[in-house]
Design a protein around this ligand. Sequence first.
Ligand SMILES: Nc1ncnc2c1ncn2[C@@H]1O[C@H](COP(=O)(O)OP(=O)(O)OP(=O)(O)O)[C@@H](O)[C@H]1O
Length: 858
Amino acid sequence: MVWNVKDIDLDPIDSKKPKAVKKGKKKQPELSAEEEAWNRLSLGAPPPLPQTLDPSADGSKKRKRTKLNIEDVHEFAWSEVQNPSSLLLTSDDAGGFVCLEELSDVDVEYEGTEATGQIIKFKKVTPKKKSKAIKSEQKLGPANPEKPLSIEETKEYYDLDTFNENIANKQKAEGLDVEGEGDQDTEMQDSIDIDGQNEENVAPVSADVEEQSEQPEAKLSAKERKKKEKLEKAKEKRKAAKEAAKARKLIAQTEQAEAEQEDDGEEDEVKSNRPSVSEVDQDFDTSKWDQFKLHEDIVNGLKYHKFGTPTPIQEKTLPLATEGRDIIGAAETGSGKTLAFGIPIAQYIASLENEDDKHKLAALILTPTRELAIQVKNHIQNITCFMDIRTIAVVGGMSAQKQIRQLRQKPNIIVATPGRLWELFSETDEHLNSLKQIKFLVLDEADRMIEGGHFQEVDEILRVIQQDRKENKPQAEDEAETEPEVEVESNIPKLQTLVFTATLSNSLRFDVKKRKVGKKSKGKAIAGSMEDLVERLELKNKDPAIVDITTSTAVASKLVEAKIDCLNTEKDVFLYYFVTRYPGRTIVFVNSIDSIRRLVPVSKLLGMEVIGLHAQMQQKQRLKNLDKFKANDKAILVASDVAARGLDIPLVEHVIHYQIPRSGEIYVHRSGRTARANQDGVSLMLCSPEELSLYKKLVHRLRKGEPYPDFPVDYSIQREMKKRVELATKIDKQEHRLQKISHDDDWMKRMANDLDIEYDEDVHSTKRQKRKHSEDDDEEEKIRQKIRGWKGELKHMCAQPLLPHGASMKYITGSTMQDLVQRLLNEDRNEKLPGSAISKAVDDVKSKAKNKKKAQTA
Ligand SMILES: Nc1ncnc2c1ncn2[C@@H]1O[C@H](COP(=O)(O)OP(=O)(O)OP(=O)(O)O)[C@@H](O)[C@H]1O
């Protein structure tokens, strides 16, 4: 038995701090036996009692003193405890303290009651039969407080986070036998099984009890009975701990089973959603793909998704990728870059003959955002729907446990964000080794990858991927640049690196071309730049194929661009105008999350079908909102630049830059969410005077100085719209105020709720707080009333059709607009703007530009 001072429930004998005893020194004559015992058992004063138990806390009751009676204290088996280095005691600052000692084979006896005064006796015990625990303890040597507990030692404790008292009690009531179970599931055993060898961990005196319990009850002395009771209690405790562990194990097993079922469910869903080859329209013409000699299953995938013709970037990169070249590819947004790297990867996996290789990780695709990773994974899964290829996404914000389970199932392709990938892979050698053997490394939206704090993880991942290949390289680096590469005999496939972006910077073009002619530029690139990334990739053959089919404007060829000059305070009105006049799926990009937090509620008040998306949202919410947006062709997504890259949402008609983007790249990517896959689309900037310098930079960088055309606006309905927007803004401000007032109170209530405490204002608030609360309540009620009134007013306003200023629905006559009557009588008219023509934003910008040209030539 190891004595721990915390185990002694002892009334302090003397408040005077006993002096420490120097080992080996002569016993101090003035110390009582009790004091000496304390010196031996603790560093200083005895441990304080909890307030509720400490009689001195309540002056009225004076408990009799407890006395220590220690016989033959020097005969006890004291053994030295290693001085924990964390105490950092030197002989000077230890105040005479030299060492800690622990005590074995000592029993404690209590004589008397609390009322009459107690005597505690420490008695040396010679166990009749040494328990296994003692043996194991002796084997362990002196106690070492710094050493973490072994798994066996920790098994007696249960984890508060997972322990469920209800289940434990239920099991207890049902009399579940916990003995001897739990050794089946070795995985679970590690953490919670307390059976088997843990029996050894019981206190040595239990041996006594077991023996004594066989003695007839009558023969036992009072002392022995007490001892027996105590030990039975300990036994009960152990049993309860076992039951708790059993319950915990059951919970964990259920959770694991549920999680696995969920995974299987998803897996089954993916499989059951897979079409069968019989569903493929074999008459669909895919002859334009024939030149690439694609595997039959890939061709079926192309047929099934009706991809009859490769896009230009696919056409250029596929033969190069099949040749084994590294590629730096740049093409406009929405031009099909995903399949430009997805098809070569699928083709490679389809060509593998060795059964083992078929279950190895073949490709790692890194993307800068989670949504993009999931989208790329889906896109690849679609095209490989007739193949036995396992593609998974490893992204932050989603269950890491689930991703770990998916990794165990040996995926062929991983699409990942660098942060989460590194977090999971750096944990085990198994994962790191799989990375070292990949065939393809793809960096999608590569320029973005090196921004936003990803760089360090990307760097680590590159280091692991390249590590073993470097060791296998027979040539010096300089030679490798000029001489043809020699194939190395190795199990590791030659790495192919594919880098894709929609915006290839001029400097990178230049830099990569320099490499092509064999000049070394190492060390010149700015750390964290795209050039630096390409340098770090250490492209295998130093002769990457550059496929650059971006245009000088860098935007999609069918994109129509325009701008509206307005004051900052007018932006909401113009936004309201645009989405009312041109209903259709629209993304509104803003530069700050605060703008989203304001714009979403204001737009909702105005009756717009608006959804928010930003990086501070929970990942599940982000994906849910994206799905909502995809499902509604009139929805408006107000988003930060987290949605700017790569997202492929079908039929986004308009992109509005509520604030001017801070760089040309961001402008190109934001605008690239529309006009995808050869569709039309509009990109509209709302430009305030404060943003003029940013605007000019865009004009200079992307349009060679030619300004963006003005968007045609019908100002005749703006006055009415302004009233609505102002009222909605007023309501929103008051709602914020309301939230602020009730925030403190809510906070208290929330905390109480979290802690499962009933919140009672009388108990939890001071007088001043109560007065303030009641004042707040009055104010809150006043604001609420105001808001109710304004909301009614706004609802009424928004229900009215908006007519040009001066026109009336009651007296349909001609007005400022020539064909107003005709429009009002038109059955297909825009319900909200019955006076406006039905036209598309794309066409209005184009016809305005045409008219302008005409006027200039006339
Ligand atoms: N050969 C094809 N024929 C028809 N549609 C295609 C073809 N290849 C890809 N697409 C479709 O084109 C759309 C855009 O593709 P993808 O998302 O790969 O573009 P991207 O170039 O990666 O765009 P971004 O630069 O914005 O990420 C997708 O909806 C995809 O299904």
